[in-house]
Design a protein around this ligand. Structure first.
Ligand SMILES: [Zn+2]
Length: 220
């Protein structure tokens, strides 16, 4: 696992960074370095599979994924071990932000987000690009057998104790929904392994969360 080190700027996906029509970032524990956003839409995250489409800033109730086509509006999710995913469709200029903990992952939140983009927003999954940010990686995500049983066998390493790979579980959902593997970028950083860079709920049991956010640039 790559070390995040003492990062004081948000982490960015090279894939998304290459698109001039959007801006994005995965925050670290160094909050002072990056405070996204004023015009932000957020949810009360409940580890479910509800996908909410938004056009205005503010609190949009319960849910774990946000979609917008509105320029200038930031979509924000907050994590400290759960998987943050940022999605973009360059053809239709639509973006999404997803919070996928193990429960949301087991409930299919990434797959459902792509399905919603396609069914309600007219996206073609082959166009969708995804960045998967820092989260608890399989090195540190030891789980009980009850949790492991909710994931496909190839996602789980059973010996000596069950470990689930949440990044791979979400990646497989995206691919099953039609997103090309080449369109998915994984930052490959473990929040538990790198206390200098990241909050980790499992490690710290604290209130610290990191913001992942994406916005369609507003040129006006
Ligand atoms: Zn780790």
């Amino acid at each position: 696992m790559v070390s995040g080190g003492e990062r004081v700027t948000p982490l960015r996906s090279a894939r998304l960074e290459g698109m001039s029509w959007l801006t994005h970032g995965f925050g670290t524990r160094h909050k002072e370095a990056w405070t996204p956003p004023e015009k932000t839409a957020r949810l009360r995250q409940v580890h479910g599979s509800e996908v909410v489409s938004v056009r205005i800033p503010g609190d949009h109730g319960e849910g774990d994924a946000l979609i917008t086509s509105t320029p200038g509006l930031w979509l924000e999710v907050r994590t400290a071990d759960c998987v943050p995913l940022l999605l973009a469709d360059p053809e239709r200029r639509i973006v999404a932000a997803v919070h996928a903990g193990w429960r949301g992952t087991a409930a299919g939140i990434s797959r459902i987000t792509v399905e919603t983009l396609c069914l309600r927003w007219g996206c073609d999954p082959v166009d969708i690009l995804v960045a998967i940010g820092p989260c608890i990686a399989s090195c540190c995500f030891e789980v009980g057998e009850d949790v492991a049983a909710q994931f496909p066998a190839h996602i789980t390493r059973w010996e000596p104790k069950p470990h689930v790979d949440l990044v791979d579980a979400n990646r497989q959902q995206l691919i099953a929904a039609g997103v090309p593997a080449a369109g998915i970028e994984t930052l490959g950083l473990c929040t538990v392994c790198d206390p200098g860079a990241f909050h980790s709920f499992r490690r710290d049991r604290g209130p610290g969360r990191m913001v992942a956010a994406i916005q369609i640039r507003d040129w006006d």
